[in-house]
Write a protein that binds this ligand. Structure first.
Ligand code: NAP
Length: 285
């Protein structure tokens, strides 16, 4: 059977979410605040931080920016985090990753107060996710991916979900979220044997690897929902470079029932969920 593959439009879903967050902020007694800490001169990170600041302003969240030089010491970055931890106007703190190599990023991330950890990377928030405690802050990209899945299927109970990737930032929390939706979850990674056969059993296939077009059409079960998290730049001779995901999008047409494009799928949801987490953190404060 050939499927008419629906394209899950992350831009529209993210815009709808931002609009509803803006309405929510207008009703709050105090303005939520998000602090973003950027260490060093990585141009991509500067763009990401700029986008986050703009997105905050658009929904009425006050943004606090701290840009530190690439030579900043562990103590200097930790002091910045501590100051934001103590600032009652700041409800969310985000350390833009990656940080320069001489810094211990894990220690810095864990020094963010769990109640302000809008990336959901603290052990407390990761633990709450595993425990099914809804008071925790859930990492933004998996949270956004689940929201996208729910736009095409509300009840995921009993479905087989395969998540390729097991990072703390994405793969592990994604698997937990799907488990709490009563999916049967398989977590695949670089040591997984027979990956194509495992993927082929997935009603929901989530790819978060960072390998361009790795998931082929024949890996996809007919009718599956496919969420492509990977962002890869294909080098071109003119120096440009097209963005592609981990899934062969063209080959998935007619097989998947629904798929997220790259760009324009999961990507836009990440910032929208960061805003949602900041608002949730301000409400819990
Ligand atoms: P990561 O930390 O590098 O993790 C990649 C995962 O893929 C690892 O678990 C690794 O397995 C697995 N893997 C590597 N090669 C594999 C293979 N041949 N077969 C099966 N699994 C393999 O990356 P990440 O932070 O999770 O991000 C993954 C991708 O998502 C990247 O392209 C990133 O740019 C993108 N991303 C996008 C967003 C967004 O907003 N759209 C946000 C976050 C990430 P091992 O654990 O065994 O090494």
């Amino acid at each position: 059977m050939k499927y008419e593959t629906a394209i899950i439009d992350g831009k529209t879903v993210a815009a709808d979410l931002r609009n509803s967050l803006k309405e929510e902020v207008e009703k709050l007694p105090a303005q939520p605040g998000l602090a973003v800490i950027l260490v060093g001169d990585d141009p991509a990170s500067h763009v990401y931080v700029g986008n986050k600041v703009k997105a905050c302003e658009a929904v009425g969240i006050k943004s606090f920016e701290s840009r530190l030089p690439a030579q900043a010491t562990q103590a200097e970055v930790a002091a910045e985090i501590a100051a934001f931890n103590d600032n009652p106007q700041v409800h969310g703190i985000l350390l833009q990753l990656p940080v320069p190599d001489h810094l211990d990023s894990d220690a810095l991330v864990q020094s963010i107060a769990p109640s302000k950890d809008v990336d959901g990377l603290s052990f407390i928030n990761q633990g709450k996710l595993i425990a099914g405690d809804k008071t925790g802050l859930v990492p933004c990209t998996p949270q956004g991916s689940l929201r996208l899945i729910k736009t095409v299927k509300e009840d995921l109970s009993g479905l087989h979900a395969v998540v390729i990737g097991r990072s703390l930032l994405f793969g592990k929390p994604m698997a937990q979220l799907l488990l709490s939706e009563n999916c049967t979850v398989t977590q695949a990674h670089s040591k997984t044997k027979n990956l194509p056969e495992i993927c082929k059993q997935a009603d929901i296939l989530v790819a978060a690897v960072g390998r361009p077009l790795m998931v082929k059409g024949e890996w996809i079960k007919p009718g599956a929902i496919v969420i492509d998290v990977g962002i890869n730049r294909l080098e071109s001779t003119n120096g440009g470079g097209k963005l592609v995901g981990d899934v062969d999008f063209e080959a998935a047409q007619g097989i998947a029932s629904a798929i997220t494009p790259v760009p324009g799928g999961v990507g836009p949801m990440t910032i929208a969920c960061l805003l949602a987490n900041t608002i949730a953190a301000s409400q819990a404060a």
